[in-house]
Ligand binder design. Structure first.
Ligand code: PLP
Length: 402
């Protein structure tokens, strides 16, 4: 007898939880760019969600040092002690935060940090607040956990989440709010005082807050660089910080991040992780620990990259604003321009995907359609690429639309 759930010849009996997931739209756009390039087209890819800088040389050396020290074995699930301690030391030095090593789990990138946090807290039927536009993975994780995403519109406050909007959105079922600042895809940054108010509103109502800080330090105004790890103890009881080395330190391929969360939440995340990836690569943890300890050279490298992103932004935004039909605010952080193309919709284009498709087909410029971020009518243009690429891309876009 054929067992229940058995795969037929050409269909795989995918689980319900995964069947309802969508493939990451940002990865898909990058794939299209790669395919066109393989076919010999001169493609300008502005979909990149990763720094175009190489990992700083000294961090590569630290990884080599770790290997030479024989760090090729399993580490504790929550990470090497030196990794945990160095994160605490770094956050104390940079932000005056008082974090204990027992509150740290080393993860395989920010994505695993987010997964761990959501899956240890959320039950089916819970509601999770997600401001719109959102990073594509947030609703997918919530969906995977069987819970319901409840979206908060932010356009009336220029895409910056406010405590007032959070207060209005909380119901009896709300268990968690997920925030990302500096934001992908909008480039907006929530001011530190507002962030604190948002956490206060949540804490007063027993709602937890997961802050995705993977663009840490990537706010162009130093006064807007902020981490919720520096909030007072009574607020931090409700907060899990999802950190990542990917963007800030140009280490996307190394797959390393961390959580900073209250001890009990941390214990539960450690338990969950002990049955999935166990821990991130041993000598990568070592390299990151050394980078955190040597915060002077690390911050020099970060500030160098940030200055270059800012230089590109300063050229790109006025250039995009001069394209007929494009409206584009000034990004305050991260490395994305968020372009409103709603003025162009109607006869020629039904939606922003069609605008993105025309750019792809006629100009071979690949951008990400906003619909995947819950922002139909917008395009995300990454400036994690050379200024020459940006200049060529804008010239081609202008040719098409002007
Ligand atoms: N969070 C946001 C907002 C991102 O844009 C990304 C990557 O694109 C991540 C988290 C995940 O980064 P990683 O898993 O590489 O640390």
């Amino acid at each position: 007898m054929k067992p229940q759930n058995a795969a037929s010849e050409n269909s795989f009996p995918v689980s319900r939880n995964v069947a309802k997931m969508q493939m990451s739209s940002t990865l898909k756009a990058g794939q299209i760019a790669g395919e066109l390039r393989e076919r010999g087209f001169d493609v300008i890819d502005l979909t990149l969600g990763e720094p175009d800088f190489p990992t700083p040389e000294f961090i590569k050396q630290y990884a080599w040092e770790g290997l030479q020290k024989g760090l090729t074995k399993y580490t504790p699930t929550a990470g090497l002690k030196t990794f945990q301690e160095s994160i605490c030391e770094f956050y104390a030095g940079q932000f005056g935060a008082n974090v204990s090593p027992k509150e740290i789990v080393a993860t395989c990138g920010g994505k695993q940090a987010l997964f761990n946090a959501v899956c240890t807290l959320i039950n089916p039927q819970d509601e999770v607040l997600i401001p719109k536009p959102y990073w594509v993975t947030f609703p997918e994780i919530v969906n995977f956990a069987g819970a319901k995403s409840v979206y908060i519109e932010t356009e009336t406050t220029d895409f910056v989440l406010t405590a007032e909007a959070v207060k209005r959105a909380i119901t009896d079922k709300t268990k968690l709010l997920i925030i990302n600042s500096p934001n992908n895809p909008t480039g907006r940054v929530i001011p530190p005082a507002e962030m604190r108010k948002i956490v206060e509103v949540c804490a007063e109502r027993n709602v937890y807050v997961l802050t995705d800080e993977c663009y840490l330090f990537f706010a162009y105004s130093p006064s807007k660089v902020f981490t919720s790890a520096a909030l007072p103890e009574e607020l931090r009881k409700f907060v899990c910080v999802a950190g990542s080395f990917s963007k800030t330190y140009a280490m996307t391929g190394w797959r390393i991040g961390y959580t900073i969360a209250p001890e009990e939440w941390t214990r539960q995340m450690t338990k969950l992780q002990s049955h999935s990836t166990s821990h991130p690569t041993s000598f990568v943890q070592y390299a990151c620990a050394r980078a955190m300890e040597n915060s002077g050279e690390t911050m020099d490298a970060v500030n160098g990259m940030l200055a270059e992103y800012e230089r590109r932004k300063n050229w790109l935004i006025p250039a995009l604003q001069s394209v007929k039909g494009f409206k584009c605010g000034e990004p305050e952080g991260a490395f994305y321009a968020f372009v409103d193309v709603r003025e162009m919709l109607g006869n020629k284009f039904k939606n922003s995907a069609e605008v993105a498709n025309l750019l792809l087909e006629k100009a071979h410029v690949v951008v990400t359609d906003g619909a995947g971020f819950g922002a139909e009518g917008f395009l995300r243009i990454s400036y994690a690429t050379s200024i020459e690429n940006l200049q060529n891309a804008v010239a081609k876009i202008k040719q098409l639309f002007d």
